[in-house]
Write a protein that binds this ligand. Structure first.
Ligand code: F6R
Length: 236
């Protein structure tokens, strides 16, 4: 595991965008695994700059997002599909039909999850997976548990996650209580993984994930057994 510590969020965003850009340049039709949340916003801004100045072409890229809230469709301004369109897809030359976010409006999350995993496998698997980390150590919406869950599946969000994400909703009661998330199997099968964490509030949990015991109570700690992980942490 490569652990890069930088001072500013700007540095983090630039380094992360360079790593993603290198992946796209090396394999223009690569499969990217993408994340939402506050942390990757700066990375997406840097990628947009690279696309606008002609340095980076997204036209052959395929992407799969980690997760979606149950009950929110893509038009909802707090859905992760909406976030991705706004923060990245609408501003680069990616073919939106090649971008996927699990459906939060399914009657059958198990079937949706199995189909999502099948589509990732049929596309050839994820070349580079971008991750954030929750205050409780979650990756995707894989919350602390007594075991690591494999496939894309339905999860009940922890009170601490609902609280953390309430900042984006009018009231905490508006935050969905469930989500559909890629499981550890889909994440761990990615050829490369890039985790970004920023701010003092994420320091302890990020260090625990990188240096602590491998423990499903700290879901990100499983990344220690992956062969190609880069973690970028910025103090700011
Ligand atoms: C988002 C996701 C989550 C976030 C995590 C950190 O798709 O899967 O695991 O990466 O909750 O969120 P921020 O970056 O907002 O602190």
């Amino acid at each position: 595991m490569k652990f890069i510590k930088v001072k500013t969020y700007e540095e983090l965003s630039k380094i992360a965008a360079d790593i993603i850009a290198d992946q796209i340049k090396e394999k223009p039709d690569c499969i990217l695994g993408l994340a939402t949340g506050s942390t990757p916003i700066g990375t997406y801004k840097e990628l947009i700059k690279k696309n606008k100045n002609g340095e980076l072409d997204f036209s052959h890229v395929t992407s799969f997002n980690l997760d979606e809230y149950i009950g929110l469709d893509g038009e909802h301004d707090q859905s992760y599909r909406y976030f991705m369109n706004n923060q990245l897809f609408n501003h680069v030359n990616i073919d939106k039909s090649k971008t996927s976010v699990p459906s939060g409006c399914t009657d059958d999350p198990e079937k949706e999850g199995a189909e999502y995993d099948k589509r990732i496998a049929e596309a050839g698997g994820i070349d580079l997976q971008l991750l954030g980390i929750g205050n409780n150590g979650h990756i995707g919406f894989n919350e602390p548990d007594s075991y690591f869950t494999g496939p894309t599946h339905l999860v009940k969000l922890e009170p601490s996650t609902i609280e953390a994400n309430a900042r984006f909703f009018e009231t905490i009661d508006d935050v969905p209580k469930q989500a559909i998330t890629m499981g550890m199997a889909s994440i761990m099968q990615a050829k490369k993984i890039l985790l970004v964490a920023s701010g003092k509030g994420k320091k302890e949990i990020t260090e625990k994930a990188v240096y602590g015991n491998i423990d499903p109570k700290v879901p990100a700690s499983i990344l220690q057994v992956h062969h190609d992980v880069t973690v970028i942490y910025s103090e700011e």
